[in-house]
Design a protein around this ligand. Sequence first.
Ligand code: KG4
Ligand code: ZN
Length: 337
Amino acid sequence: MTLGIETSCDETSFSVVKDGRVILSNVVFSSVKEHKAFGGVVPEIASRSHLEAVLSCLDDSLKKAKVSLKDIDLIAVTQGPGLMGSLLVGLAAAKTLALALEKPLVGVDHVIAHAYAGFLSDRTLSFPYLSLVISGGHTMILKMEGPSRVKVLGTTVDDAAGEAFDKVAKILGLGYPGGPEIDRLSRDEDPNRFFFTRPFLSNDSLNFSFSGIKTAVFYKVDKLKAGRGLGLKLKKQIAAGFQEAVCDVLVKKTIRAAHAEALKKVVVGGGVSANRRLRQKFGVAARKEGIGMIFPDIALCQDNAAMIAALGTALYREGKADTLDLASYPDFQKVRA
Ligand code: KG4
Ligand code: ZN
């Protein structure tokens, strides 16, 4: 039985996972409401909130799983990437438990855990497969060859996909987080009324760039405001045009990567994978190209400790074990495997 702990951003999450695949509990407490007024996550508020939530989330996760601490065999914790103050709370909790219970400790990479979450929803998944991880902080195409064997095929050179959604939402005067708002406003709108250039689509690289689309939206909005004004209808059409451009690039590059690596399964993870238009477009493209798409349940796409427990178990089975000086890191570590 593995206890997973995730505190990389604004979600405090504890989960109990059996045999590396069976989720007995997955408790998530989000401090997002406290950040809304600031239009983004405030690191100091996030880490204080983790401190306040950590013990009750631990208790809840054990109660829901109907187990006690003595049933836990392994502690898996997000080591990075993330906000350093937030990560430290999870790491301190994990180390304390490992020391007190005399159980092994494994540090887990949060981005790779998003890619690994496919195993929690698809029993037929096996290595190797492709993964697209799209969140507020990361946009990555990964070749998953094993729990610790991961190749980065593409990444963003500027904004992450979720970051672009959040920034464009701000330009349109919408709330935080912006992704769900843009998703909602775009529903039933013509995505071609406003066309935004698809950056990096014509080059061969599997890298992404989203800051140009955001700037294009900014100038478009500025021009409209100076002219006839920016009513709700125009906002919806711009949101739909922006979303279409981002989804187009994400889908086409991912399919291109799957073909280049001859991989037939793609796991999509991270908060942006909740986007309805993205799911639709992936559905159509994958059917046409003979690729199997795995979109884990929304709760497993967003930040959660079940994916940390699952990957932690797999890494431990491979022989990984960390000591109490396990350190956190803020950015994705490219060198691994
Ligand atoms: O993975 P996640 O929950 O947290 C991390 O950043 O690690 O992702 C949050 C991001 C935010 O940028 C949010 O705007 C975006 O995911 N997001 C969406 C949708 N739901 C959440 N973006 C587009 N469409 C959505 N439906
Ligand atoms: Zn995440």
